[in-house]
Write a protein that binds this ligand. Sequence first.
Ligand code: DQA
Length: 142
Amino acid sequence: MNILVLNGPNLNRLGQREPNIYGSESLEDLEEQLKNYGQKNGFTVNLKQTNWEGQLVDWLHEANDQVDGIVLNPAAWTHYSYAIRDAIASIDTSVIEVHISHVHAREEFRKISVVAPVCVGQISGFGFLGYQMAIDYFLRRQ
Ligand code: DQA
């Protein structure tokens, strides 16, 4: 099984960015954890991050039918990007929305997700573990 993990803007600053909210671990730490999890559970995982909206749209298109599942943290785009929403809707591969922080317990604008209706589901508030929880869904739904 092949899993693609996509991360949106400012997530390259994990570990330095608001550690009280997002923790002290970096994106490289996340990648290492997910690769280890993949080795133990027999799947391959590729992780990408971009600060450019069009890049994320392209990656979603390119991943269509090429991977078994996409785990997506759209970061701030979650709350307003119809382009990301439409890109998810345009592909057949299932996408799970993940947030490190508990978006529903924060500012009002974070409670809105324009991508949620076109995702399989949303995982929010479990830190890096949320990515593994999303992958568990893809492993178990087979
Ligand atoms: C986030 C939550 C978003 O509201 C925020 O804009 C992010 C990160 C999270 O993982 O908790 O950049 O997606």
